[in-house]
Write a protein that binds this ligand. Sequence first.
Ligand code: AMP
Ligand code: GLY
Length: 425
Amino acid sequence: MKVLLVGGGGREHAIAEALRRSPQVDQLYCAPGNAGIAKIARCVPIGTMDFDALTAFAEGENIDLTVCSMDDPLCAGIVDAFEAKGLRIFGTPANAAIIEGSKAFSKDLMKKYGIPTAAYEVFDDADKALAYLESAKMPIVLKASGLALGKGVLICQTLEEAKAGVAELMTDRKFGDAGSKIVIEEFMTGREVSVLAFADGSHYKLMSSSQDHKRAGDGDTGLNTGGMGTFSPSPFYTDEVDAYCREHIYQKTLDAMAAEGRPFRGVLYFGLMLTADGPRVLEYNTRFGDPETQVVLPRMKSDIIDVFQACIDGSLDKIDLQFEDNAAVCVVIASGGYPGSYEKGKVITGLDNFDGKEGYYCFHAGTKFNEAGETVTSGGRVLGVTALGKTLLEARANAYKAVEWVHFDGEYMRHDIGKAIDAAQ
Ligand code: AMP
Ligand code: GLY
């Protein structure tokens, strides 16, 4: 079959790799793709928000299945645009993608259906938000309700910081319209776990757990980023935690969405915090996580095409979703300065070192070809070097060995990805 993948980040490279492994895929296209994806798919220069051009391409090339796992196109209705033309697509329709697109919606959903999450209030008026803060307990968390590249969350230690945060989000509109409404939420503590689930509207199947590292610097210091590295599985996602979440979170969320007339199909990402009072939902996403996907999909045994088709057809309950009994670690190599300003166009050397090395992947996030045909940096997060191992410790050692194989000027990475693994030994 012919498959079109929409996107061009590290997550899409990992999805492309999983699609390439499926014996059902004869031809893989990616719009727009990147220099790494170009090795395994035919990249076509169409933007991810250009639904007219994407549907025209799918029609013109007789694409059998399109796959999209990006928040902006999903929330803007890419699935609806394809389906209106009778085209088959894996992803979440806009009316359900709102679970990520509006934090006010997702918090209200959790409150209405008794799904455990931090206590909160929603504000669309800066003065009321400021008045509320006067008697609120610190630290406190402010979140832009709309999409903000995962960066619209402020953790404020003092009242002064929180007041400045309200001004940043609501008055200065640092994240644009995403900040016209904000959620002010109780600060929680605990380990974080990402759990991704396939969903078909009424059933779900869980993928193996993982953990992201969102802050830029070692020891979880510095600014929030899109994610600097991941490991899978999470040793903290125990059978007990799993049982609690199955009872109180996963099915309840799917049932709540269905009851609201917004049946959820696609990938539902549960960002969980394991607090002293039990697991709580930090956030939902309507897509594969990035860079969680880079450690989860290389461990998946099942044919991803079968799973995608079952999600579309409502037959996920018939799928026996299987993962290898191993582990993976991904270390992101970023451009120096990220998540602030950084330079682009640096030549990347050593990519060939990954050729033929089983259990090692160099997923490209921000790369492209320059006019000389060299692979150069084109984004903040550039590469996601991923390694498998029998254990998390082995996978981590392998990943930190493999990051030495590639280089570019100004490269930056965290050196403590997976440090939490030590606490579980
Ligand atoms: P979110 O985009 O909502 O997942 O938030 C980004 C990050 O901010 C999370 O991964 C947590 O590290 C942190 N965070 C979000 N909400 C809270 C909360 N209520 N308490 C403590 N930390 C939080
Ligand atoms: N890694 C976090 C996210 O994909 O939102």
